[in-house]
Design a protein around this ligand. Structure first.
Ligand code: MLT
Length: 265
């Protein structure tokens, strides 16, 4: 489905009925990374997955991107769908956007699932890496970004033994336009430090991290778990950065247990 939000087309899927659960994808993927979550959770929840500006079937305007703007798009989509409150799950860049969303629209957030993400801003070296990657996207195209990213996103075992998963990740990356890849790299490079926000988060929060995540490793999750009041941390053994894709059953189980704890949410 598609909606005109903040003057661009945003694509989304809206499945099931029950308490709303909104999923925000990682960089540089799209909403199809959440298919297993949608299938497992939409029998008891209204599951909304979004192609963020610049990705999937949403528009990828050639312009300056910010994560705050992505949060505004999500809020605009929820208004369009008459969803006043939701539990939000974001993986990696999706988590960075959740911090921006919480900063502006905490009153819409009933709970947070922060998966394979981090609160810290980029280091100076990290920012340089973003601009180098944007140059590669511009000169060599999305396939070169897929070659660079796949070893950072998936575990060596998944790359060796799960060609279907590798192909799904590759096709999500290759389907991007360069404007969307470069836009989000710059948005991530410019994102603020969210560590000071952590102690102000008052909603129930579940943190999830793949044991083998090298992009946003366990110590980043521990920092969030230490500072967000009452947050719970779950580690998924054997999974790398895209823990929901590598171990969907374990991931779903953690999310289901979190959201169905209706007494707290
Ligand atoms: C992601 O998975 O969204 C990216 O690894 C985030 C990042 O590059 O910081």
């Amino acid at each position: 489905m598609k909606a005109l939000i903040n003057d661009i087309t945003i694509a989304y899927t809206d499945e099931g009925t029950g308490p709303p659960l909104v999923f925000l994808h990682a960089f540089p993927l799209n909403r199809t990374m959440w298919t297993a979550q949608e299938q497992a959770l939409s029998s008891r929840h209204r599951v909304i997955t979004v192609d963020l500006r610049g990705h999937g079937e949403s528009d990828a305007p050639l312009w300056h991107y910010t994560l705050e703007q992505a949060a505004d798009d999500v809020r605009g989509l929820l208004d369009h769908l008459s969803v006043s409150h939701a539990v939000f799950a974001g993986l990696s860049m999706g988590g960075y956007i959740l911090f921006a969303l919480y900063r502006k629209y905490a009153d819409r957030v009933k709970g947070l699932v922060l998966a394979d993400t981090r609160a810290q801003a980029d280091t100076p070296e990290g920012k340089t890496g973003r601009f180098q990657m944007a140059q590669i996207a511009y000169t060599q195209g999305p396939a070169a970004i897929a070659d660079l990213m796949i070893p950072k996103l998936l575990s060596p075992e998944a790359i060796r033994s799960n060609p279907t998963l590798v192909q799904h990740v590759r096709s999500m990356i290759e389907a991007n336009q360069v404007s969307g890849i470069a836009g989000d790299l710059m948005a991530m490079a410019e994102r603020p430090d969210s560590v000071p926000l952590l102690r102000q988060i008052t909603c129930p929060t579940q943190i999830i991290v793949g044991e083998l995540d090298i992009s946003t490793p366990l110590h980043d999750s521990k920092l969030m778990a230490d500072q967000i009041p009452g947050a719970q941390l779950a580690t998924i053994p054997g999974a790398a950065h895209l823990s929901n894709l590598e171990q969907p059953e374990r991931f779903n189980h953690i999310v289901e247990a979190f959201v169905s704890n209706a007494g707290r949410i």
